[in-house]
Design a protein around this ligand. Sequence first.
Ligand SMILES: Nc1ncnc2c1ncn2[C@@H]1O[C@H](COP(=O)(O)OP(=O)(O)O)[C@@H](O)[C@H]1O
Ligand SMILES: [Mg+2]
Length: 440
Amino acid sequence: MLTNHNEKGMYSFNIDKFYRNYLKGPKLFKKREALEPSFIPDELPHRNSEIEKIAGITACALKGDVPSNFLCYGMTGTGKTATVRYISQKLAQHCSTKPPWWVYINCTVVSTPYRILAHIYNTIVGKEKIPSTGLPKDVILKKLLGLLDQYIKDSICFLVLDEIDILIEKKGGNEILYNLTRLNENLDHCRTSVIGISNKLKFMEFLDARVTSNLEEEEPIVFHPYNANQLYDILKLRADVAFQEGVIDDGVIKLCAGLAAKEHGDARKALQLLRKAGEIAERNQTKKIMENHVEKAQKDIDKDHIVEYIFSMPLQVKLTLTAIFLLSKYSKEHIITSGDIYEVHSELAQFIPNVKQLTHRRISDYVNELSLSGLIITYTKSMGHYGRTKIVKLDIDFNLIERVLSQIKKIKEYRLLDYKPIILQTDKVKIKNMVFKKLI
Ligand SMILES: Nc1ncnc2c1ncn2[C@@H]1O[C@H](COP(=O)(O)OP(=O)(O)O)[C@@H](O)[C@H]1O
Ligand SMILES: [Mg+2]
């Protein structure tokens, strides 16, 4: 076995043996990168009409003309980024002269107007010429215009603003978009074209009208979620590239496609599931990827999402969840009402400086939010002449939630997970916000 017991009888993991066995074990992957999100496949099934529309808009670049600015919308994992990258490769293959330039900006990473301009400049020159802070914005804008004319000369430069919805929410977002869509007015030789990609369909509501008209020179291109059959086709092609022959049956690929289709038809999730299933199978040293590997992969991914989601919640929502956790921790039988959560939240808020107590209504909003995200379940119950009340229960693994909450800085620092709520302290009673010791 891989584990040994040393002379004191204690468990010890034999890493040398583990690696030796692993090397001897079956090799399932042929090209693991083919399942990574950054991999651009040779074909993009079920994106014909989107590719056709974008090819139509961008074709004039082959003859040196400037394509219109345009937008792509669609939920995450619908192939927007992959399609635009695919088009950039195809366009380059068909150019008889100099291919167009492409500057790709992911607005979740490069998210301030200054950094966007600096990123465009640095990408074109190929080195970090502009520091990431420091110069006034109009100075960089001028430098950028000069660079585009001198460096790119009379070629076309596509500026792809991916996850553009993030940029719009930021200060100065509309202004930088306005500047970028009007660069051509101040250029003598080079011509630029802006492609905006958004995961949120509603983001146009946040755009200034003058930016909208610059970005909507063409009908926006809408990417619809994939269904299970379409995801199967996508996965099948990728699996053929990624895995050795015969290690995965169609039924297993169909299972991955079906599971991902239930989650808004997200191809990224489908590929992640397939990759994880392959990794689990390889670690288990089996010759084939089986359905149980997919099921295990799905559980791991769900867990990762829960962890990520809890970490990303605002502190007050984390405290609301902590209140529910504490109420369940100390009494399995206790029925948790939203009134209890309010009480415990108020107690917790007092421990942390600068954290406000919330109103009943706010707590109720947060409880709804937690319920929508699937972390808790709620139902209403009649309490006789007290009327109806909302009952709350944790809906995820107790140990998992404890592990995640214990890593949150403020919760750890003020040792909130060791706190026992007053309603569960048998010797205390709370009346009108005052705590009294029970006499009996
Ligand atoms: N039609 C498709 N064919 C092959 N792979 C696809 C297709 N659509 C999406 N993908 C893959 O799914 C993943 C997510 O796609 P991506 O373009 O990043 O989605 P979005 O930008 O819409 O969030 C990437 O690995 C991409 O290669
Ligand atoms: Mg994308």
